[in-house]
Write a new protein. Structure first.
Length: 267
């Protein structure tokens, strides 16, 4: 089997470096190019502490895709850049696997349309950690019996978007199973703005940003006389790599966009 050719946008970032490390250790993949606005021309391996890889950074996504013809583009960049990156990839017949969070619902829908139009597969997953995906699936199941719920998500303080993509995706999955109810006291008043967190799908999401954290989430359900807490912790970025690997393999056989790793897991 020919290895899957993969380029990585944001290869010099925290997640991008982890992806490059995973790709070069796995012979089913060929890491063909890193994209970085700041490291153009440098050897990727030397820049990220892996020793020379003979693969350089490109400072232009278009040129990298034209010159290296990857099968897949993995993107871990920033919310402001990711949509354009995915569009460029789809237009050039390269399958995007997107980990960058912060895409709006409408933007995901536009990418889904483009992917379908071009018949080029794509995966967008706000969380590639299998444990986190299971936590989301369990939360969706619990919501049927425990409609009173709040989410607390905790991340490192370099994260740009709040609330996290994972919490929004969890809220969406819960909402599909949760009976419509009015939650909390009808006369509740916030005396400190933001104290009750953000409101989505009829319940609250709270975001914590602190150094020392990676990516953590608690989904707390409450019912008469009991609470149920589901918690997932990513304590190292390697936790995301089995999911990224699975998405790269699965996207090769897709001809549309899949949003959420849960759709790629075997039952
Ligand atoms: P990071 O360390 O800041 O890396 C982001 C990289 O994006 C930077 O190295 C930067 O590289 C590049 N970049 C910045 N601005 C850019 C622009 N305007 N155009 C193109 N590239 C740009 O961030 P991170 O911690 O790796 O996180 C990256 C993204 O992944 C975030 O959205 C985060 O929420 C998400 N994330 C997702 C998962 C998941 O499982 N889906 C897990 C963890 C994190 P250059 O300066 O070299 O260009």
């Amino acid at each position: 089997m020919k290895p899957i050719r993969v380029a990585v946008a944001g290869a010099n970032g925290r997640m991008g470096r982890e992806v490059v490390k995973m790709l070069v250790q796995d012979e089913t993949f060929e890491f063909v190019r890193g994209i970085s606005r700041t490291q153009g021309g440098k050897d990727v391996g030397e820049s990220i502490g892996l020793g020379s890889l003979g693969v350089t950074f490109s400072d232009s996504l278009e040129s990298a895709l034209l010159e290296n013809r990857p099968d897949v583009l993995v993107d871990f960049t920033i919310p402001a850049a990711v949509k354009r990156h995915a569009e460029i990839a789809l237009e050039m017949g390269v399958r995007p696997v997107v980990g960058t969070t912060g895409l709006a619902e409408g933007e995901i829908a536009e990418l889904a349309r483009l992917s379908e139009e071009r018949r080029v597969g794509a995966v967008i997953a706000p969380n590639f950690a299998i444990g986190a995906v299971l936590m989301m699936m369990f939360a969706a199941r619990a919501a049927k019996y425990f409609p009173h719920v709040e989410i607390i998500e905790m991340h490192h303080d370099r994260k740009l978007d709040a609330p996290s993509g994972t919490s929004l995706k969890t809220a969406e999955m819960i909402a599909r199973n949760r009976p419509e109810i009015r939650q909390g006291h009808p006369e509740e008043k916030e005396t400190l703005e933001g104290a009750r967190g953000g409101y989505r799908h009829g319940f609250r999401i709270h975001s914590i940003r602190l150094p020392g954290m990676v990516a953590h989430q608690e989904v707390i359900f409450g019912g008469p006389g009991q609470t149920l807490t589901l918690r997932h912790d990513s304590i190292h970025r390697e936790s995301f790599m089995p999911g990224v690997k699975l998405a790269i393999q699965k996207v090769m056989n897709l001809d549309r966009l899949v949003y959420g790793l849960e759709h790629l897991l075997e039952e």
